[in-house]
Design a protein around this ligand. Structure first.
Ligand SMILES: [Zn+2]
Length: 151
């Protein structure tokens, strides 16, 4: 587990380094009139400058970088994150925050079905729930799996 966390931290550090360069590009790309409407194409252009991709999924917008994704209800939320002068990947993808493991509850009830669950980190810096007793992946009967990653 320790090794996995160290590996993940190295990956995050490398990504942050790459992104420092990309932020500069974004700073240039956002030099646009603020009253102009925020369109899907414009947010996608901004996202792509940061090596991210954006897709519509039902009423949500899914921002992704590799396997890391986050769902947003509004385009503007993505826009506001990306046009910040200084941002960390973990601002955009909270699951990439190396300190987040401290915040994750362990052995607490699933908020949807109330079974006891633990949160464990995956290889790519995300989290997934496992049943506290069996240690098998928690397949929630009350809530779709995607909801966990989106929240
Ligand atoms: Zn559950």
């Amino acid at each position: 587990m320790k090794e996995e966390i160290a590996k993940r931290d190295r990956i995050i550090a490398e990504l942050e380094k790459q992104n420092a360069r990309l932020k500069e590009k974004i700073r240039n790309a956002k030099d646009i009139s603020p009253i102009e409407r925020i369109s899907f194409a414009r947010v996608r252009r901004l996202a792509r400058e940061a090596c991210m991709e954006i897709a519509r999924q039902g009423k949500q917008f899914i921002l992704s970088m590799g396997k890391t994704t986050r769902a947003f209800r509004k385009l503007r939320q993505i826009w506001d994150l990306l046009i910040e002068d200084d941002w960390y990947l973990s601002d955009i993808f909270p699951q990439l925050d190396p300190d987040r493991k401290e915040e994750k509850p362990t052995g607490t009830p699933c908020k949807y079905c109330f079974e006891r669950i633990l949160w464990v980190p995956s290889d790519w810096g995300s989290w997934f729930p496992i049943d506290a007793d069996t240690h098998k992946r928690h397949r929630c009967q009350q809530y779709s799996e995607r909801g966990y990653y989106a929240s």
